[in-house]
Design a protein around this ligand. Structure first.
Ligand code: RB5
Length: 147
């Protein structure tokens, strides 16, 4: 599995924590920034990561900003992206099983690094269930294909 990870200035600490986690788990990743000591704009990181996942170059993406909201809004503009904004472990599992989410967004001003690690660990290791969920996810893809 190859993961694209990025954050704005509001998500640097959790980004570093999740990189450590992926090192421990033996998961390959590429860090898309930011290289920031100053304020940057979250779409500049969300959109490149989302494009890389949508193109298939990366299997999954992880995006962190202050709330996770800006990252998730921007990433979900890219066709083929199902970005889930998650701040609890239950939803991390459910969104992989039910939505086949391909990007995880989190907010560093909302949760701490310990919970972010647990969320990412579950999200990275949970498989999509398919079955009845195929029809639902398929309806989203079908809508996107007509735009
Ligand atoms: C940056 O101040 C902040 O707006 C950003 O990190 C994020 O929370 C946006 O949704």
């Amino acid at each position: 599995m190859m993961v694209a990870i990025g954050s704005d200035h509001g998500g640097v600490n959790i980004r570093e924590e999740i990189k450590k986690l992926m090192d421990e788990m033996g998961i390959e990743y590429k860090d898309f920034g930011c290289e920031c000591g100053t304020s940057v704009d979250y779409p500049d990181y969300a959109l490149p990561v989302a494009e890389k996942v949508a193109s298939g170059e990366f299997d999954k993406g992880i995006l962190i900003c202050g709330t996770g909201i800006g990252m998730s809004i921007a990433a979900n503009k890219v066709n083929g992206i199902r970005c889930a904004l998650v701040h609890d472990v239950f939803s991390a599992k459910a969104t992989r099983e039910h939505n086949d989410s391909n990007i995880l967004a989190m907010g560093e001003r909302v949760i701490g690094p310990g919970l972010a690690r647990e969320i990412a660990k579950v999200w990275l290791t949970t498989d999509y269930e398919g079955g009845r969920h195929e029809r639902r996810v398929g309806k989203i893809s079908e809508y996107e294909s007509k735009r």
